[in-house]
Ligand binder design. Structure first.
Ligand SMILES: Nc1nc2c(ncn2[C@@H]2O[C@H](COP(=O)(O)OP(=O)(O)O)[C@@H](O)[C@H]2O)c(=O)[nH]1
Ligand SMILES: [Mg+2]
Length: 285
């Protein structure tokens, strides 16, 4: 029997206990969402951000768990869905979990404990001691390894895994993450911006399972390129051909081609005359 549920949040503070919002992006996951919701530990808020799935994932999720609130996000992309969910979340800790059964929600306490211990950002790693994957293909493993190494070199970090989306962060850190990604590269954007913002970061071991039903929406080459572009953009800025400027930060709009549209950024003028007086010193991570 379902308890009545409304739009009201359950995220009131109870003593010093940290409240938790779980964000689950979904696109046609009707056969998997039940398993994910059953394995969730008690949380304060569950936001299923659904791309209006034809297989009625949203309705099914709502019928299965009385804490579920479904947000319909018709725009394409995991990044878009997660950003919509983050903006709607109301609790102290935000945890992101996929809906395909590849991430075991029963591991969630490890992430929330990390935040409770004082970390701002806790991310899962399949490649540290105690972690693993039943799902990763050789192509993806190689791509992830190269992208993780690249990130570590450019941001002076020591991550053991990059392209994996089981993560938790303190909701108060959300503005520091300055998110604008629409696709799978959002995971990378979160990681590198957490470094740039000097957040306290913890990696915890996680075991990736095989997706239970259906097929992945990720395309390794296309999405790998988007991840690489995100790393380079966050580290070096965006080159603007028209005005010969390098723009650090990014627009809230989809592209950063016009520096006048860009909010919250630093514009480095690389025109020859200004180069004589301005050295480009990227800020240390
Ligand atoms: N709302 C929404 N969710 C998506 C979209 N694309 C993927 N997802 C969800 O994001 C999660 C990860 O996607 P998946 O296809 O498993 O990618 P992979 O794990 O990287 O292979 C799953 O829960 C998907 O249902 C999308 O366009 N919109
Ligand atoms: Mg998956």
């Amino acid at each position: 029997m379902r308890a009545p549920s409304g739009e009201a949040t359950h995220c009131h503070r109870s003593g010093q206990r940290l409240t938790t919002s779980v964000i689950i992006p979904t696109f046609n996951e009707s056969k998997n969402i039940g398993w994910v919701l059953r394995r969730l530990p008690p949380v304060d808020e569950i936001l299923v951000v659904d791309r209006c799935s034809p297989d009625r994932t949203g309705e099914i999720a709502k019928a299965l768990h009385n804490r579920v609130r479904v947000i319909n996000e018709p725009r394409r992309g995991k990044g878009t869905a997660l950003r919509t969910g983050f903006d709607a979340a109301a609790c102290d800790v935000v945890v992101m979990v996929d809906a395909d059964g590849s991430m075991d929600p029963a591991e969630m306490p490890l992430y929330v404990d990390g935040i409770a211990q004082g970390y701002d950002f806790v991310k899962g790693s399949r490649f540290m001691a105690g972690g693993g994957s039943d799902d990763i293909t050789p192509t993806r493993a190689l791509g992830n390894h190269v992208l993780t190494r690249t990130t570590n070199l450019l941001f002076m970090s020591r991550f053991t895994d990059l392209c994996y989306g089981f993560m938790a962060f303190r909701r108060s850190a959300l503005p520091d993450l300055r998110l604008s990604s629409t696709g799978f590269e959002i995971e990378t954007e979160i990681v590198v911006n957490a470094v740039m913002a000097n957040l306290r970061i913890l990696e915890v071991p996680t075991h990736e399972r095989q997706r239970r039903f259906g097929e992945s929406n990720l395309r390794a080459i296309r999405d790998g390129q988007r991840v690489l572009s995100t790393i380079l953009r966050e580290r070096f800025g965006t080159w603007n051909h028209d005005e010969l400027t390098l723009v650090k930060g990014r627009s809230s709009a989809a592209t950063a081609t016009n520096p006048h549209d860009i909010e919250d950024e630093e514009v480095i003028d690389l025109r020859a005359d200004s180069l004589l007086s301005t050295a480009h010193e990227p800020s240390a991570p």
